[in-house]
Design a binder for this molecule. Structure first.
Ligand code: BGP
Length: 474
């Protein structure tokens, strides 16, 4: 027996990648409604492009997505059919506070998620809520500068307080921010951060990071006040770094690259900025925007568990070679010649998953929740209406085996596993529909055509069996 009896098997989604209905029932615009589809995506927020100058149809994928907003009952029924114990979803901030700074929430937004949670509970599915999965009301970005501005901590806390009070009988597990370290790699998407050409980007990024870390700790404090049984987690885009060679400089670079991500969880789990980060800030002539009480808040309100996404390991080199590089989940890596890659060049490394799980557990000794792991691929619908996604089955099988080994051979504590994304949705990195992760196919293509029909893939029935046997039948 490897997986505990109460292991939370399930799947994950995010509001802006699934819901659509971007202007329905009072929802306000968010940063992600201004993410264009295609190559322009990486230009937004850099100071070179004002997304509002682009034509409306550039934004259709995430504004319409898979219309989960109107299909949530059908989608949750399918998740229940797979045997899900948990459904990880995020709540659109601008659905509840359309501008972000209102004194009262939008009741229609609140009702929507209440209905979603009731639907989950109907099937005994535990909701796992990402409070903030990359989105921020556009009004807060335009009028306040978003997370650059310390005031955004208060807007976020008002939003979280509303959620904690309103949903306390339905939700126990909360994640304060999705992939909090993504701000370093994809700033506009991850936080709504925009730069002007003359900006000191490093200082602004340092401010944003501090504001989010303080917001996360304050939300944890608030959560425990409202319901001491709430379980609060941090969420990291994880993946171990290997040194490209045994050259000490490569090894040192791999440690430095790891620290770039672990800095965030070091604060959220251990309660203070690590020395290596403080020294780095000093050497770069940056300042941490610490205000009275921040140190205590970070120290006193650490998280209960650690959640993370894992898609790939990464390779570090002291002499990076652009011609020998690839990208996985926006993180650059040297190419690892021992690994296969996905159609998007993401390196596939199940043993790296076991390594990553161990690395995190060795570092923190806390319960862990794998909240994203999956394979983005082009799926073909056959004439008889089926999707034979054996490659996806293979990917999940090997990664679930790695988790099983980490539990049985290494003794790590894992609470659950939510595959990304359990239903096809819009890719975060590319804005495409064609990059599919789901066990459930959605009839919708890159040009916005399709019926939104849901079709279980072969992997749907495979995952159903995995859950039924609690991962013992791999
Ligand atoms: C993570 C995000 C998800 C999801 C996933 C897959 O960074 O938390 O929102 O999108 O990556 O990435 P992509 O959609 O780029 O394939």
């Amino acid at each position: 027996m490897s997986f505990p009896n109460n292991f939370l098997w399930g799947g994950a989604t995010a509001a802006n990648q699934t819901e659509g209905a971007y202007d329905v029932n009072g929802r306000g615009p968010s940063n992600l409604d201004y993410m264009p589809y295609g190559d322009l995506r990486f230009q937004v927020g850099t100071g070179n492009l004002d997304p509002k100058s682009l034509p409306e149809d550039t934004f259709f994928p995430s504004r319409v997505a898979i219309d989960h907003y109107h299909h949530y009952k059908e989608d949750i029924a399918l998740m229940a059919q797979m045997g899900f114990k948990v459904y990880r979803l995020s709540l659109s901030w601008s659905r509840i506070y359309p501008k972000g700074n209102e004194s009262e929430p939008n009741p229609l937004g609140l009702d929507y998620y209440l209905n979603v949670f009731k639907e989950c509970r109907k099937y005994n599915i535990e909701p796992l809520v990402t409070i903030n999965h990359f989105d921020i009301p556009m009004h807060l970005v335009d009028e306040y500068g978003g997370w650059k501005n310390r005031q955004t901590i208060d807007f976020y806390l008002k939003f979280t307080e509303t959620l904690f009070n309103h949903y306390k009988d339905y939700v126990k597990y909360w994640l304060t921010f999705n992939e909090i370290n993504m701000v370093l790699h994809f700033p506009f998407v991850a936080t709504g951060l925009t730069f002007k050409p003359e900006d000191n980007r490093e200082q602004i990024t340092t401010d944003v990071i501090h504001h989010q870390l303080v917001a996360s700790s304050k939300a944890t404090q608030l959560a425990k006040k409202i319901n001491p049984d709430f379980q609060i987690g941090c969420m990291l885009a994880a993946g171990s770094y290997y040194a490209q060679t045994p050259h000490p400089e490569d090894v040192w670079k791999s440690i430095q690259d790891s620290r770039e991500s672990y800095m965030f969880s070091d604060v959220q789990v251990r309660g203070s900025y690590p020395n290596y980060y403080l020294k780095q800030i000093e050497q770069q002539h940056l300042t941490l925007p610490i205000k009275d009480g921040d140190i205590e808040v970070l120290r006193d309100h650490t998280v209960d568990f650690i959640s993370f996404s894992y898609y790939s390991s990464r390779v570090s080199s002291a002499q990076p070679d652009a011609a020998n590089q690839t990208e996985s989940n926006i993180f650059a890596s040297e190419i690892n010649p021992y690994l296969e890659t996905s159609e998007w060049g993401w390196q596939i490394d199940p043993l790296g998953f076991q390594i990553t799980i161990n690395e995190i557990y060795d570092r923190y000794n806390k319960p862990m929740f794998v909240v994203e792991n999956g394979l983005g691929a082009v799926d073909n619908l056959t004439e008889d209406g089926e999707i034979h996604d054996d490659y996806r089955i293979e990917y999940h099988k090997e990664h679930i085996k790695a988790m099983s080994d980490a539990i049985t051979l290494d003794g790590v504590e894992l609470i659950g596993y939510t595959s990304w994304a359990c239903i096809d949705s819009i890719s975060n990195g590319t804005g495409e529909m064609a990059k599919r992760y789901g066990f459930i196919y959605v009839d919708r293509d890159n040009s916005g055509k399709g019926t939104f029909r849901r079709i279980p893939k072969k992997s749907f029935y495979w995952y159903q069996e995995v859950i039924k046997h609690n991962g013992e039948n791999l």
